[in-house]
Design a protein around this ligand. Structure first.
Ligand SMILES: *Cc1c(COP(=O)(O)O)cnc(C)c1O
Length: 357
């Protein structure tokens, strides 16, 4: 057996990511759609995802941290624009190859002192109350636009808090506040929608949408069928099979017991791989397209499945734990979280394979 035989296989379909980007771009036309590749492209590999999107024509990327931006720049070369959502830390001034998002007046002052050709994106808060200029800071800047110095404003952006709930009244309020804010600032391209915002319609269409989750196959319209293509499959190998008797228990805490003679498959996957412990006894996989039930507690490196109804299952076979049959969104529902957390939790121990873009 090769070493991979005991390793779970994570397959990332870069072609599906590119198809999702093209789909979003068509929906958001004539505006551009940037690729949000923070947190290693939601766990799927920022360098690989970035290259595939770049090749497809994506010109703008967003990361959260400066270090993520530098790594992406090294992977993509000088072409595309890479913006850093969390802003630059003090002392990062020279890094004109990346675009800081200016989140408060202190950021504006720091950036105004940089070389004038270095562009920046100005973030105004319209209802999230995390980052971005608040109403008071916006008023100060609107009164005194000289504070921008020679800053080349590549965009003014804001971020929607409830875009995945189309009926939420905060959406319209944020769109109106954003339009007001832009009207009070020097003219610049506008950027409002995240993935879900793209689906909110024309009032939310701007020059630049910032799409993350939908690129990676997460449903941006949770109340409706998923319009995006699935991107991720995770296949984990069976390490051992055993027969147990009625009444025998399985795993930590002995939380599952057989009510009849059973076959148990022990699989190389655990919470250290991002297969959340809260899935214990609450999820399933598939083998040869048929469901196979997860039983007992998820432990650090191992999970167990009830293979009683799968007499053909053997050591070395792989159980599919993420795929079209059980999407990250479905697993998130089992675990009481969101698909974003399932993807960003995917661990470093997988053998990773990218299908070409
Ligand atoms: C993460 C993030 C996005 C992308 O959001 P998705 O819901 O994944 O599309 C867009 N804008 C900002 C400011 C973000 O932090």
């Amino acid at each position: 057996m090769g070493i991979e035989a005991t390793q779970a296989l994570l397959t990332v379909d870069l072609g599906a990511i590119v198809a999702n980007w093209r789909d979003l771009r068509a929906r958001h036309a004539p505006g551009e759609v940037a690729g949000v590749v923070k947190a290693d492209a939601y766990g799927l590999g920022a360098a690989e995802v970035g290259r595939a999107l770049c090749d497809a024509g994506c010109r703008t990327f967003f990361v959260a941290h400066l270090a993520e931006g530098m790594a992406l720049r090294a992977a993509l070369g000088p072409g595309p624009r890479i913006a850093v959502l969390n802003g630059f830390p003090p002392g990062a001034d020279e890094d004109a190859a990346l675009v800081p998002v200016l989140n408060h007046l202190g950021d504006v002052a720091a950036h105004a002192a940089r070389p004038p050709e270095a562009g920046a994106i100005l973030h105004v808060d319209t209802g999230m109350a995390r980052l971005g200029l608040d109403a008071k800071e916006l008023a100060v800047l609107a009164e005194d636009p000289g504070r921008l110095g020679g800053i080349r404003l590549l965009a003014v952006m804001s971020h929607l808090a409830c875009a995945d709930e189309p009926a939420h009244p905060l959406n319209a309020r944020q769109a109106a506040r954003f339009a007001e804010a832009c009207a009070r600032l020097p003219p610049a391209p506008r950027s409002l929608a995240n993935s879900s915002g793209i689906f909110l319609g024309a009032d939310y269409a701007t020059d630049l949408a910032r799409a993350g989750c939908a690129l990676y196959g997460i449903n941006p319209t949770p109340d409706q069928p998923n319009p995006m293509r699935q991107v991720v499959t995770l296949d984990a190998p069976v390490l051992q099979m055993r027969e147990i008797a009625s009444g025998d228990t399985v795993g930590y805490g002995a939380t599952w017991s057989a009510t009849q003679p059973a076959r148990v498959a022990t699989v190389a996957l655990g919470y250290a791989d991002g297969y959340l412990r809260s899935l214990s006894g609450r999820s399933a996989g598939t083998f040869q397209g048929r469901p196979i039930r997860l039983i007992a507690r998820v432990s650090m490196d191992l999970v167990t499945f009830d293979a009683t109804d799968h007499p053909e299952l053997r050591v070395g076979d792989r159980i599919r734990v993420i795929g079209p049959e059980r999407t990250p969104d479905a697993i998130a529902a089992d675990a009481g979280t969101i698909g974003y957390e399932i993807l960003t939790s995917l661990g470093p121990r997988y053998r990773r394979v990218q299908l070409p873009g």
